[in-house]
Write a protein that binds this ligand. Structure first.
Ligand code: URA
Length: 434
């Protein structure tokens, strides 16, 4: 069948066969189908969606377009926790040592931050001496020895996704749920994990702005995961305010460690415990997620997760002394308190604005090429539901140069909305879908 006929079938709402999908994608990868035909196909998918069978084949083709990473020889139950990107999201850094304390391994590829959202790779690179494994063998060695293996994405993991994403970006088809779901899931499936936990962020600062779309995305990804026989749970979590209090690389590492010491912000601690409970459930060690969460709650107050954190940092050549002495991790010494101009109850903290304020200070990358400053960022002093008086501190900015300080301060103030009526604290966990 000619490519134009495949596009036409999709346009007219017919289900494509496996062979038609494979022909289209493989030919595109080989360079025998031009961008304009694939763009037309993506637009047809945008309007017509994909059936479960089409999605499975489409995701499978994407996944096989590059390297598949398997972990033969790893002697642990492996989980991969992935979030759709948030502000203040230091989850992996606290979660992996807590899971390791239960002998559950984390083997994952992580990304660098871009724009207002940060990346796990940048956060961990704030630790002096820390470098990531570069080969699969090193990754496996780290998982076996410490329970934690994290490395950066290689160019050759799902290369088709990069090409399709570039087309989606310029054809207004990024927001198609089946295209997002297959893009995320192909990358998750290309790197083997026994259990997949996806965290779909919902709210003003997130990719999914409302719960209805987020739930649809979650169910679509779950369907794909199940069709590949993977154990999987999807959480919907709140991004109507940043996660925790710290935003910025070193500051977030410190907050993750404090959380393992039992001193973390309430929302972040709750999320970490729930995710650990989910992993214990997927591993069959807890009958329910709630029972697993209770096990996690008992573990977090012990020395075990901190020791796993030290081992993990050491295995990557980093200074494990930071766990007990935060003066060993670079934190900017210049600070500015951002004060409230209004009185009332905090009703929202726009995560995107806060992420941009941190980026302006140098914590994030406006472009892929930008160099970041690990030492800068901000720490919130108020969260949704808190009562604030005019003149009270909303946040503290940590900065090195004061060139953009005023702009960052203004953005931070602007991020806060107030209500004169009391506002309930915002729950971090909106739903769990399995
Ligand atoms: N994240 C991805 O990896 N892919 C998308 O399409 C959207 C968000």
């Amino acid at each position: 069948m000619r490519i134009v006929d495949i596009i036409q079938r999709k346009r007219d709402g017919h289900e494509l066969t496996n062979k038609q999908i494979v022909t289209l994608l493989d030919s595109y990868l080989e360079g025998t189908v031009p961008d304009y035909q694939v763009s037309a196909f993506l637009m047809a998918v945008y309007f017509r969606g994909m059936t479960d069978a089409e999605l499975k084949t489409f995701t499978d083709c994407m996944m096989r377009s590059g390297d598949l990473v398997e972990f033969h020889g790893v002697n642990k139950f492996l989980v991969d926790k992935h979030s759709t990107g948030g502000v203040g999201d230091k989850t992996t850094i606290a979660l992996a040592p807590l899971l390791a304390a239960f002998d559950i391994g984390t083997a994952k590829l992580s990304g660098k931050g871009l724009g207002h959202t940060g990346g796990t790779i940048d956060k961990l690179e704030a630790i002096p001496g820390f470098t990531f494994p570069e080969t699969r063998d090193e990754l496996v060695k780290n998982v076996n020895e410490t329970g934690i293996g994290i490395m950066g994405y290689s160019e050759n993991i799902v290369p088709l996704d990069k090409r399709l994403y570039s087309l989606r970006d310029v054809t207004a088809t990024v927001s198609s749920i089946p295209l997002i779901a297959s893009s995320i899931m192909s990358k998750k499936l290309a790197v083997y994990a026994d259990g997949i936990m996806l965290d779909v962020k919902v709210g003003a600062g997130a990719f999914m702005k409302n719960e209805e779309d987020a739930r649809l995305l979650a169910k679509t990804m779950l369907g794909i995961g199940k069709s590949f026989d993977r154990k999987m749970v999807v959480h919907l979590t709140n991004m109507d305010q940043p996660l925790g209090l710290a935003v910025g690389n070193s500051l977030e590492v410190i907050e993750a460690i404090e959380t393992l010491k039992g001193n973390g912000p309430e929302d972040f601690t709750q999320l970490i415990l729930h995710l650990t409970g989910t992993a214990l459930f997927l591993n069959g060690r807890a009958e329910t997620i709630e029972a697993g969460t209770e096990m996690a709650d008992r573990m977090i107050s012990t020395e075990e997760p901190l020791e796993k954190m030290r081992m993990f940092i050491r295995s990557c050549g980093g200074d494990a002394g930071i766990v007990d002495d935060y003066s060993r991790i670079p934190v900017a010494t210049n600070t500015l308190d951002v004060l409230s101009k209004e009185s009332g109850y905090v009703s929202q903290i726009e995560a995107e604005e806060i992420g941009k304020a941190a980026m302006i200070l140098g914590a994030g990358r406006p472009t892929k090429e930008s160099v970041i400053d690990h030492s800068v960022g901000l720490v919130l002093n108020k969260k949704v539901g808190d009562k604030v008086k005019a003149g009270e501190k909303l946040a503290t900015l940590y900065y090195t140069g004061d060139e953009h300080l005023q702009q960052a301060s203004e953005k931070t103030v602007k991020a806060f909305s107030f209500s004169i009526e009391p506002v309930p604290a915002s729950p971090v966990l909106l739903d769990t879908i399995q």
